[in-house]
Design a protein around this ligand. Structure first.
Ligand code: B4P
Length: 194
């Protein structure tokens, strides 16, 4: 199995690039943001709990997200060639939980591909998406900056966690989506051939 984490701040292109990568490499896309928005749309208790955090630009509590990932792995791990995790893990506790869940299945993360993008570019991209996305967290600049602050405080340490395992590769995330996809594909080709 080839399991990859696509890492980066909100608006760095994780969702955009994950869609391209799953198609090219035939992997299973797991986006915690998408899973949470599905729960929200269905108005499940989990979705309603998550909504409060998401609309304020805060991270949803670890136990909620880890439970969701655990059931995804149980449902899919035997059926797919590998996973691309998009937007997960977002805290060191989530990263540790993922390692434990993967150990139980005798699988592991091959690589963490981290997209680097400046804060001003992130805010610009998300506000633009907010014109059409119908996402409350994409429309207000203060909420977007709160998401970036959450990233710096709680998510950036996840890069150090994987750096210590020699699994982190940084990718320049500014430029056309096509140019960034080429950079990611170079890394993926190395992993597929490894
Ligand atoms: P996510 O759904 O993960 O939202 P995101 O970070 O905004 O998305 P992404 O980074 O994938 O967007 P993309 O750059 O592709 O999370 C939303 C919320 O859910 C979080 O704030 C949190 O509350 C909660 N959540 C999710 N996972 C969680 C977890 N594990 N733990 C706790 N809470 C969790 O796209 C941005 C825009 O940029 C798009 O419009 C795109 O078209 C554009 N774009 C992309 N690449 C571009 C490029 N190269 N140039 C110009 N524009 C580009």
């Amino acid at each position: 199995m080839l399991n990859i984490i696509l890492f980066g701040p909100p608006g760095s292109g994780k969702g955009t690039q994950a869609a391209n990568l799953v198609e090219k490499y035939n992997l299973q896309h797991v986006s915690t943001g998408d899973l949470l928005r599905e729960e929200k749309a269905k108005e499940t208790p989990l979705g309603l709990q998550a909504q409060k955090f998401m609309d304020q630009g805060k991270l949803v509590p670890d136990e909620v997200v880890i439970g969701m990932i655990s059931s995804k792995l149980d449902q899919m791990a035997d059926k797919v060639k590998g996973f691309i995790f998009d937007g997960f893990p977002r805290t060191v506790a989530q990263a540790e939980a993922l390692d434990k869940l993967m150990d139980l299945k005798n699988i592991q993360i091959a690589s963490v591909l981290a997209l680097d993008v400046s804060e001003e570019e992130l805010v610009k991209r998300i506000l633009k998406r907010g014109e059409t996305s119908n996402r409350a967290d994409d429309r207000d600049e203060d909420t977007i900056r709160q998401r970036v602050t959450e990233y710096e405080n709680k998510t950036a340490p996840v890069a150090t966690y994987y750096g210590e395992q020699n699994k982190l590769t940084r990718i320049a995330g500014e430029g056309t989506p096509e140019a960034i996809f080429d950079l990611l594909s170079e890394q993926m080709d190395g992993l597929v051939g490894a």
